[in-house]
Design a protein around this ligand. Structure first.
Ligand SMILES: [Zn+2]
Ligand SMILES: [Zn+2]
Length: 136
């Protein structure tokens, strides 16, 4: 069993290795995640900050969470893949978030919590046994 998992953007300009398994694996249905991903949701792995190594240059968009807190959304400037999300709280607590869809291996991922279920698309079937939070 490997203690890291690799991933990268669509074009391959940005690659990363993250400490694995993650501290948490969650789904976020908030509008900002829908906008940023161009999809219905984000699958996000919370990993140890000091266990994340990124190679290649990422661009950053400073977003705002619902609480008004900064959300730093890092992405590949060449292909646009969203890769890493960071917040001041995550910095203080020693973790950071990876967009789990960019991992090289995704078949075994089972998110356990769904954030912003109130914003979920009406057709989304919440898997049985997962926790739903109206907001975050
Ligand atoms: Zn790229
Ligand atoms: Zn979100």
């Amino acid at each position: 069993m490997s203690a890291t998992r690799s991933g990268g953007c669509l074009c391959g300009a940005v690659r990363y290795e993250a400490a694995w398994p993650p501290l948490a694996l969650v789904v976020c249905h908030c509008r900002n995640c829908q906008k940023q991903s161009g999809s219905a949701l984000s699958v996000v792995a919370m990993v140890a900050r000091n266990g994340l190594n990124v190679t290649g240059e990422m661009a950053m968009f400073e977003d705002r969470g619902s609480s008004g807190q900064a959300v730093y959304r890092h992405f590949c400037p060449a292909c646009g893949s969203p890769l890493v999300t960071d917040t001041p709280a995550a910095q203080a607590e020693g973790h950071i978030f990876i967009k789990a869809g960019t991992l090289d291996e995704t078949a075994d991922l089972t998110p356990t919590v769904h954030f912003w279920s109130c914003r979920a698309q009406h057709w989304f079937p919440f898997p049985e046994g997962t926790q739903r939070l109206e907001t975050q």
